[in-house]
Write a protein that binds this ligand. Structure first.
Ligand code: FDA
Length: 310
């Protein structure tokens, strides 16, 4: 893992830095590259413009590690309103939430109940709820949440990370549930005892997990797969492997973050692949933004250029 990534991921958990940076105009302007705004309407407007390019979206309110049940309840209310807006606009937009945004640090059962409320409402509107995967200390509980929710609901996706060694066996134990999996590389700072550090190893594991998932899709077990990556090499390798299995373009989906690799997003959609863009909005963007910077040193240079220009 590069030193820049280490430092940025450390910084993502530093409150002093959060207070310093979130109050500065230049940081806010740099963040706009990845986030259409802090309000729900910004996400709705961005969805409307992407729709014109055959790109659907996933909306997510930024926030994590809430420290009071009332905060988690307010998050549920926010998402219920959001689902209502999605219904009014007739969007094919899904939602995505972090377990700790719904109170996983406080109480497992209550977190489960909050997800259940949202999953049931989303099902009435034929929309899917995705469970994000946070750092490795939450993986067991997050998988438990998914298992229990999946027992009664199909409109549910789970994110798995290819940098974790354990993901191979986690996937094997999940396959009997005919899961919907969003496969990503992983965005947190993890020790080498449990996670691949070298990009090549993370990528190789991503492709091994891809093979398992595409094979399941081909077998018609009901398993679905979303590939959450901006990596053109990986994306075209996924397509080549799916083609070799004879899978049609709509048998899987690519998911990318708002503002990242926009041309690639457009190109894939124009080529007939299913593309969904995850749009984050909200005031609690600091740790999330630091993780985006850690993914790409060029983004740090962009921020520094803005800093020097002010
Ligand atoms: P990677 O970082 O390996 O870079 C490979 C190549 O991709 C680069 O060389 C460049 O070409 C391109 N690229 C990558 N980032 C870019 C950027 N910022 N700008 C321009 N080009 C870029 N993580 C997690 O731990 N839990 C989760 O729940 C999720 N959820 C999630 C949903 C969706 C829809 C996406 C797209 C991603 C996530 N992630 C996530 C984040 C994920 O784990 C990972 O950190 C990032 O996607 C970065 O890895 P990539 O595979 O995109 O490329």
């Amino acid at each position: 893992m590069g030193i820049t990534r280490e430092v940025l991921l450390w910084g993502s958990r530093n409150q002093w830095l959060a207070d310093q940076l979130t109050s500065r105009d230049f940081t806010r302007r740099a963040v706009e590259r990845f986030m259409p705004g802090e309000e729900m309407n910004a996400g709705i407007d961005a969805t409307e413009s992407l729709r014109q390019n055959q790109i659907t979206t996933i909306l997510t309110l930024l926030g994590e590690n809430v420290t009071a049940a009332a905060e988690a309840d307010a998050v549920v209310q926010h998402y219920l309103q959001l689902l209502e807006r999605i219904r009014e606009m007739a969007f094919e937009t899904d939602i995505s939430l972090k377990p700790t945004q719904l109170g996983l640090d406080l109480d497992f059962e209550e977190t489960y109940g909050r997800y259940e409320t949202l999953v049931r409402r989303a099902a009435q509107l034929s929309r899917t709820v995705a469970i994000d995967m946070e750092d490795s200390s939450y993986v067991d509980q997050t998988i438990d949440l998914y298992r229990r929710l999946r027992a009664d609901n199909t409109n549910l996706a789970l994110c798995l990370q290819s940098y974790l060694y354990r993901t191979t066996s986690d996937l094997v134990t999940l396959l009997p549930l005919a899961p919907t999996i969003r496969l990503v590389k992983g965005a947190y700072k993890e020790p080498r005892q449990i996670a691949y550090r070298r990009k090549k190893d993370v990528d190789d594991n991503f492709l091994r997990l891809t093979d398992t998932l595409l094979q399941e899709v081909k077998s018609g077990t009901g398993t679905k797969v979303f590939f959450g990556t901006h990596d053109p090499r990986i994306i075209y390798e996924v397509i080549a492997r799916a083609d070799r299995l004879g899978l049609p373009k709509d048998a899987y989906e690519f998911q990318l973050l708002y503002g990242i690799q926009r041309e690639l997003q457009m190109r894939l959609a124009a080529e007939g692949y299913r593309v969904r863009v995850l749009i984050s909005y909200g005031a609690s963007w600091f740790p999330w933004y630091m993780r985006r910077l850690a993914e790409r040193p060029a983004n740090v240079l962009f921020l520094l250029r803005n800093l020097l220009a002010n």
